[in-house]
Design a protein around this ligand. Structure first.
Ligand SMILES: [Zn+2]
Length: 244
């Protein structure tokens, strides 16, 4: 568990729009669904950007690649609705091969300039190993890298992509960045009241779970912490960067 003394509560004053950039359908639900639910209840407009099409996320030989892509879009839209997310963007890169190319950086930059979020949530690009039993998916790392490279130096610099200026997508600087999966988080969001709703959001991704109830129980166990009065608590934690 992170050092509690270094953890602050989030500050969303002045935040009207949030963009969540992730690699796969279901990544946002695992990393920040509880936070997003709270944002939505505060009338913050949240957009999910799913970089890949999720076409490797099933081992059933009877489902075709295109069927799986379509299913995963439906599942992601369903969970987004449950979380109060207004818009889901599917960027359509191939699952398993996400790379921080100039092309995807430009596409993400265009969306940042179009949506103009004050806050972006993305995964940690340096997280290779998770705990003692999981090698982090390379798409997760590269999604973090793509997000960071679009935020800086591209999105707020008018010298980047002058053609985009002609389209009306003007430079934009975010004020806060939340990085999920960071070893040294500095903020935490208490999502205890929404923990079961987060489970429900993840389970919207029906194609991903052969034994949903068993999976849900393992998440409940993994997430649960004991509060000061012995009560169970669940948190989502992020490394927060602020930009003046
Ligand atoms: Zn993933």
């Amino acid at each position: 568990m992170a050092d509690k003394k270094k953890l602050n509560a989030p500050d969303w004053s002045g935040v009207k729009r949030v963009l969540v950039i992730v690699a796969h359908p279901d990544d946002a639900d695992f990393t920040c669904a509880g936070t997003v639910m709270q944002m939505a209840r505060q009338d913050i407009d949240v957009t999910y950007m799913i970089l890949t099409n999720g076409d490797k996320g099933n081992h059933n030989p009877e489902i075709t690649r295109n069927q799986l892509i379509a299913m995963r879009k439906i599942e992601q839209r369903r969970s987004a609705e449950l979380c109060g997310v207004k818009q889901v963007l599917f960027m359509g890169e191939e699952d398993g091969f996400l790379q921080p190319t100039p092309v995807i950086r430009k596409r993400v930059t265009r969306e940042i300039r179009r949506i103009r979020p004050e806050l972006i949530i993305c995964p940690h690009p340096d997280r290779y190993l998770v705990g003692d039993g999981y090698i982090n998916h390379p798409d997760h790392r590269n999604a973090g890298l793509i997000a960071l490279e679009a935020i800086f130096p591209a999105a707020d610099n008018p010298m980047f992509y002058p053609d985009m200026m002609d389209e009306g997508y003007l430079p934009h600087k975010i004020s806060q960045l939340y990085v999920s999966g960071h070893d040294e988080p500095n903020i935490e969001v208490d999502i205890s009241a929404d923990a079961e709703r987060k489970v429900a959001a993840i389970l919207c991704h029906v194609s991903q779970f052969d034994e949903p109830e068993k999976a849900a129980d393992s998440w409940r166990k993994r997430w649960s912490e004991t509060g000061p009065d012995g009560e169970p608590q669940v948190f989502e934690r992020f490394k927060c960067m602020k930009f003046g």
